[in-house]
Write a protein that binds this ligand. Structure first.
Ligand code: ATP
Length: 262
């Protein structure tokens, strides 16, 4: 794997098992992307290629970035991540160069998954976009159209909180033509998330995920992570900053009383 560009990383190895819930999303991504990387030659012989672009859409904190990383890990591919919102803050000329460079790096580091966050910064209404946005947009289209699975295994994964803001020409067949909803977790999914995020934490036997899940309706994986962080802090302070205290139900109850969770 290539490590000469610091943007390319395989450091954080997120596996499917590290993501709680999202069973159907994981299945879909596995079949529409991972299979292609894993069986590149077989698919090549059949003349079948994956979608060039997949869009994950849903509210913040539901695990879109995590899913993107897991796709790369499970595919045995490099992971290259860029933020459209960051690029758009740049100068005209710079931002489209950055896009071109990203795809160039991705091709060089093939197999590679390119992850683009905050795609909604590319508004559907061109008059709302500044010059930077317009240039960025056309360069992105050029790069997507130029993707060629037979010469380099690169798939573009995008994430957005506002799919309705996107320009339809971006979502045309042959471009970002697979849309996947990433929804806030159900109660049983919240239990699954609590299990995965607390795998490194010592939990007291009185901790009931069922109860915590009941009290976190509408909350996301990111919220639950924050809850666990606060419960761990409560445990630390309760135990007089013991090296490795076990987190008890009372610590979760205390964390649940913070404004974010009531
Ligand atoms: P945003 O739209 O704000 O970028 P996102 O949907 O990309 O949000 P992530 O950044 O992937 O969300 O999630 C934030 C953090 O929340 C993750 O790093 C992870 O620790 C935790 N998390 C979110 N969803 C899950 C999940 N389903 N399972 C385990 N952890 C999760």
């Amino acid at each position: 794997a290539a490590h000469h560009n610091h943007d390319v990383t395989r450091m954080e190895m997120v596996r499917w098992a590290d993501i709680g819930g999202h069973r159907l999303v994981k299945e879909l991504l596995h079949e529409s992307v991972v299979w292609f990387y894993r069986n590149a030659e077989a698919f090549q012989r059949l003349g079948i290629r994956p979608s060039k672009g997949v869009l994950l859409y849903g509210p913040p904190g539901t695990g879109k970035t995590l899913l993107g990383k897991a796709v790369a890990t499970e595919s045995g591919a490099n992971f290259l991540s860029i933020s459209i919102a960051d690029l758009i803050k740049g100068e005209v000329g710079e931002s489209e160069k950055a896009i071109a460079k990203t795809f160039e790096t991705a091709r060089r580091c093939s197999p590679c998954v390119v992850f683009m966050d905050e795609l909604e910064a590319l508004f559907s209404r061109h008059d709302q976009m500044g010059d930077v946005g317009k240039k960025l947009f056309s360069q992105l289209i050029i790069e997507i159209d130029a993707l060629d699975w037979t010469t380099s295994q690169v798939v573009l994964l995008c994430a957005t909180n506002h799919p309705q803001c996107l320009d339809p020409s971006l979502l045309r067949p042959g471009r970002i033509d697979r849309l996947v909803a990433v929804r806030p977790p159900s109660k049983s999914e919240r239990i699954a998330i609590l299990k995965t995020i607390s795998s490194q934490v010592t939990l007291h036997s009185d901790v009931q995920f069922e109860e915590i899940a009941l009290r976190t309706r509408g909350k996301t994986g990111a919220d639950l992570k924050e809850l666990l962080r606060r419960a761990s802090l409560a445990a630390l302070s309760r135990s007089g900053f013991d090296a490795k205290p076990s987190v008890q139900m009372c610590d979760f109850s205390q964390a649940l009383e913070s404004p974010q969770f009531t």
